[in-house]
Design a protein around this ligand. Sequence first.
Ligand SMILES: [Zn+2]
Length: 165
Amino acid sequence: MIKLIKAEKTEFIYWDNFEYKINDNILVSEDATRYISSNELLNVCRPIFTKYYKKNVFMLDYLFWIDNIDIQCIDFKVENNTFRDIDFERSIKTYFLNNLKCFNCGKTYKGALSVDPVLVYPNNFELKEKKIKMINDENKIVTCQKCGNSFTSKVLYIFPDLVID
Ligand SMILES: [Zn+2]
């Protein structure tokens, strides 16, 4: 299922699968599917495409819910048009980080989801501020699992099965 929806006053294309193909019209920092299996990704996030300012260009982000919910419930609601803003309030756009390294202990993690502090919610600066406040206030930023040191980026999730020791 691929669907253009509007939630929290922002429009994006919601995918309930990771079968997209990257091309020149898609802006993405790192394609998560190159490093993590679809099954694992499906438990954690959803790919969403947001229209960029340039014509026919889309930004690919990974929508992550900070409450560890069953995202299939969201899929179902999107598919049936029964979703509401509240279903997305606890979500935030993230980008995929390959080879996240702790500068304190040197541990390297194969994959993580991180929040870009300038993350783009087009024409919705207020929402961006709200999302950043939410993760900061609720202390959702994770630290190194080995030594507890903070990462230089705002990491929200580390893919556990792919940790390299
Ligand atoms: Zn560390």
